[in-house]
Design a protein around this ligand. Structure first.
Ligand SMILES: O=C1O[C@H]([C@@H](O)CO)C(O)=C1O
Length: 556
């Protein structure tokens, strides 16, 4: 195992992700940020200088469990103090498991400002992946808004509430094309993008391949809002990895990706080699106002500029939930994946509702909308300064009224702010049931991808309507080969049940990965056996009550 050192400077830069020049958060002057590549077992050192000048920053390593290093998880107000302007903070952590990951900002809505990049972990030296391929291609998918995140954050907390709407563009590896199409001939009413004039920053993504080979496509979605589907003209995809865990391989025509998901799929270049093919990325789960993104699968030696003879594949209709469920339910762990414990010590049931608070709109969990504290939890709980996050005004509830009418807007839409902190006992097997419901408008229930920090979990099952925990619900669960993941979806009016073992002391966020929804309070925090956390580096505690305590030698 190696130590891999990176030196990053984070700053606002001019960039044209979709050919319109905007300000994005870049790393070392680049958008997306540089790809980190390492081998399983390596230690990553990122020496990160904040050159945003007027705001703090942190980076979360999405999918990396941070075993024994909870202070490197990069969640502002949870695992560390935001890094101040002009200051440097070093993240040090082990990437213990091969897979397709990414990193991103986790302070305010900085991810949506472009603060993200890929993190790819190869198998350890001398080991082999359990499938074969000749080459690799990496697609980091995202969406892009023309409004700044500062404007977006003000909109979302305004009274009355102002919704940010749909993104202007979808991006592939940080590139999209606003107001023009790469394949106008097949897109009624669209203008062809001016090929020669296309700015390099928004130049189409070209994936060069040789005929009759197998490629591993690494796919990850770091969208702010959009749920995505990716399809490649005439080619099937074989799913082999999800969120850094191997899955039982299965073939699909197209693949859904929710924000926070990552997959590897194998693609065999067995089609007519005289042609190129379109890769389409379209919107799912919300009525799309954003055109699909396109990239070119370029069969060499054809020119990259040779337009595919076939029209771009059309991704499934946004509301074809049957299609999404069929895909999601097919994901099973690959043989050899550790199975879950047969029973749980605790069940936490989380009802997701959209509510009102003082004239604004929030998302609530068991009727409390998450608000983060001034002093990050990891430090304050470790130093024994914060009992209130766990207890006040009452401990966060493990359940909700099963009489709740999921199919109607909340009868009493008023909600309160909560710390939403759950204390987990060391070693406990914890089940979480995520229950979806109706939003404030009638007949609306949305998809939410929930992401857990610090752990992979087993996805035990999904159900329609209200979870009861009765024999019929239990019969739906898969205890034999449930996939391990770090992100899981809840479908409209449905529930999802996951299981994990609380064996990684730390303070871990668990939240909807949709950036505006997290900003509107859609999350909870698991404070897991904090007494067993090792010494928290002081650099991450130099704010709020932990700074006062450290200055005064441990006393407030
Ligand atoms: O959180 C959201 O708010 C809006 C809408 O529900 C209220 O305007 C929307 O579509 C969301 O996903």
């Amino acid at each position: 195992a190696k130590a891999r050192h990176f030196k990053w400077e984070i700053s606002n830069i001019f960039w044209s992700p979709d050919c319109e020049e905007k300000v994005v958060i870049g790393i070392n002057g680049q958008f997306p940020g540089p790809t980190i590549r390492a081998r399983a077992g390596d230690t990553i050192h990122v020496e990160l200088k904040n050159a945003l000048h007027t705001e703090g920053v942190v980076i979360h390593w999405h999918g990396i469990r941070q075993i024994g290093t909870p202070w490197a998880d990069g969640t502002a107000a949870i695992s560390q103090c935001a890094i101040n302007p002009e200051e440097t903070f070093t993240y040090r952590f082990v990437v213990d498991k091969p897979g397709t990951y990414f990193y991103h900002g986790h302070y305010g809505m900085q991810r949506a400002a472009g603060l993200y990049g890929s993190l790819i972990v190869d198998v350890a030296e001398g080991e082999e992946e359990p499938f074969k391929y000749d080459g690799e291609l990496n697609l980091l998918l995202s969406d892009w808004y023309h409004e700044s995140i500062h404007t977006q954050m003000v909109m979302l907390s305004s009274k009355p509430f102002r919704w940010i709407g749909e993104p202007q563009s979808l991006l592939i590896n940080g590139r999209g094309q606003f107001n023009c199409s790469l394949s106008a001939a097949h897109t009624p009413g669209a203008t062809q993008c001016p090929a020669a004039a296309v700015n390099r920053q928004c130049a189409p993504v070209v994936l060069p391949v040789q005929p009759n080979k197998t490629y591993r496509l690494r796919l990850a979605s770091t969208t702010s809002l959009a749920s995505l589907n990716l399809a490649i003209g005439n080619h099937k995809l074989t799913v082999v990895e999800a969120d850094g865990n191997y899955v039982d391989p299965f073939a699909v025509d197209d693949i859904d990706l929710y924000s926070g998901d990552s997959y590897s799929v194998l693609l065999t270049t067995d089609q007519d080699p005289s042609s190129n093919y379109w890769v389409t990325v379209g919107v799912r789960g919300r009525l799309p106002k954003t055109p699909p993104a396109l990239a070119v699968l370029n069969y060499r030696p054809n020119a990259a500029s040779k337009l595919p003879s076939l029209a771009p594949p059309v991704t499934p209709a946004w509301d074809d939930y049957a299609h999404s469920k069929a895909f999601t339910y097919r994901i099973r762990a690959r043989a050899g994946t550790p199975p879950p414990p047969a029973t749980a010590d605790r069940r936490i049931e989380l009802l997701n509702t959209q509510n009102k608070m003082d004239g604004g709109i929030k998302w609530s969990i068991n009727n409390a909308s998450m608000v983060l504290p001034a002093t990050p939890y990891l430090g304050s709980l470790k130093l024994g300064l914060n009992k209130s996050g766990l207890a006040a005004p009452a401990p966060a509830p493990d359940t909700f009224s099963h009489g709740y009418d999921l199919r109607s807007p909340p009868a009493n839409p008023n909600t309160t702010a909560g710390p939403n902190v759950y204390a987990l006992a060391h070693g406990a097997t914890v089940d979480v049931v995520l229950q979806n419901a109706n939003a404030l408008a009638a007949n609306v229930s949305e998809v939410h991808p929930w992401h857990l920090h610090g752990h992979d979990f087993w996805v035990l099952g999904y159900g329609e309507g209200g979870y009861r925990g009765d024999a019929a619900d239990e019969a739906r669960l898969n205890l034999r080969d449930p996939p391990l993941r770090n992100t899981v979806v809840i479908f409209p009016y449905g529930w999802t049940k996951i299981r994990f073992v609380a064996d990684n002391p730390g303070v871990w966020a668990f939240h909807c990965h949709i950036e505006p929804h997290l900003h509107m309070g859609m999350g909870v925090v698991f404070a897991e056996a904090v007494d067993r956390v090792g010494e928290v580096p002081k650099e991450g505690m130099m704010c709020g009550a932990t700074a006062s305590a450290l200055i005064n030698g441990g006393h407030l």
